[in-house]
Design a binder for this molecule. Structure first.
Ligand SMILES: C[S@@+](CC[C@H](N)C(=O)[O-])C[C@H]1O[C@@H](n2cnc3c(N)ncnc32)[C@H](O)[C@@H]1O
Length: 312
């Protein structure tokens, strides 16, 4: 049996499409941990909404809206005279977003959810703003998809604001658990520094690539600036932090694909690695309190100078 067999349980390698991936177990994990993820990513939601500078009455598109956190916050910011649309590939995550909208008594005339590929969908509305929290890094053809968002979604002089992760090594909240799982599985250290060209959380991690893609897509006034904040993996002790890290992000993905025994070993390694940070955060011997690690992102804004929308 090879190391790969041990990790994957011998299953044939399968490369799901993004739609399959996000509507499958990964999407269900995001639904399960929605509240904790919203707490973990709260500073990043605030940062991208600040960058979007929404004003009452605006029409907003939230790309890769997932469980609807920023979509609902945007709806509150644009008020009764505005309109917000969330678009996502994931059926279960959209179902959670719809449930949250219903719970809040959202007016469906101004709050809409679409299950489609944002890089291809024929939008019926011209939006003032396209925004995204961690939802634009998964396009197979990013320049074409970004061009589509400008040409087919934004009105002339509309604006784009999104937040995306910087490099893995700048994000200890992902790097620490992933390194632990790699060590437990006998894998080489996670790949560092190389600019990823394929879709994934680090597809936009290099500033130069983001700037080039946006300019190639037709955007102007491209601004890419760093935004760092603490990612709160837990406010209730180490176990919660391990649980979140074992289900979300690159470590979670690796563990999900592992055979059961390997998963147990990987999870123990994550606990040992995060435990070092929990002691620092919580005080010696404490099994309560916050587990917080640094996160690093780019806040990206750009304008769409196009004169008219693409057909549809
Ligand atoms: C990392 S999650 C972020 C979800 C949400 N924005 C948040 O911050 O909680 C990425 C989301 O992008 C969605 N996504 C990926 N590619 C997409 C595409 N081409 N069109 C629409 N949504 C997409 C996924 O389904 C997933 O919900």
């Amino acid at each position: 049996m090879t190391m790969e067999d041990t990790i994957t349980g011998g299953a044939a390698p399968h490369s799901p499409t993004q739609a399959e991936y996000w509507s499958g177990p990964a999407g269900l994990r995001w639904v399960t941990y929605q509240e904790r993820l919203d707490r973990a990513f709260e500073p990043f939601a605030r940062a991208v909404l600040d960058a979007a500078a929404l004003t009452p009455g605006e029409r907003v598109l939230d790309v890769g809206c997932g469980c609807g956190s920023t979509t609902l916050q945007a709806a509150a910011l644009v008020g009764a005279g505005g309109r917000v649309t969330g678009i996502d590939l994931s059926v279960p995550m959209l179902e959670r977003a719809a449930e949250r909208a219903r719970d809040r008594g959202m007016d469906l005339a101004r709050f809409e959810l679409i299950n489609a590929d944002a890089g291809r969908h024929r939008f019926a509305t011209a939006f003032d703003v396209v925004l995204s929290r961690f939802g634009v890094m998964f396009f197979d053809h990013p320049a074409a998809a970004l061009n589509h968002l400008g040409a087919a979604a934004l009105r002339p002089d509309g604006r784009l604001a999104f937040i995306c992760w910087r490099r893995l090594e700048e994000n200890p909240w992902m790097m620490v658990p992933l390194t632990a799982v790699h060590q437990a599985f006998g894998l080489p250290a996670p790949e560092l520094a190389a600019p990823p060209s394929g879709p994934g959380p680090f597809a936009f991690s290099h500033r130069g690539r983001v700037e080039r893609l946006l300019r190639a897509a037709g955007f102007a006034d491209v601004d890419v600036r760093p935004f760092d904040a603490v990612v709160t993996l837990s406010t209730g002790g180490l176990d919660q932090a391990v649980e979140l890290s074992a289900h979300i992000g690159p470590a979670g993905r690796l563990l999900a694909e592992a055979a059961p025994e390997a998963r147990v070993a990987g999870r123990q390694a994550v606990a040992a690695a995060l435990g070092k940070h929990a002691r620092a955060a919580c005080g010696e011997g404490s099994d309560e309190g916050a587990v917080e690690l640094p996160g690093a992102t780019w806040i990206v804004t750009a304008g769409w100078p196009g004169r008219s929308r693409a057909a549809g």
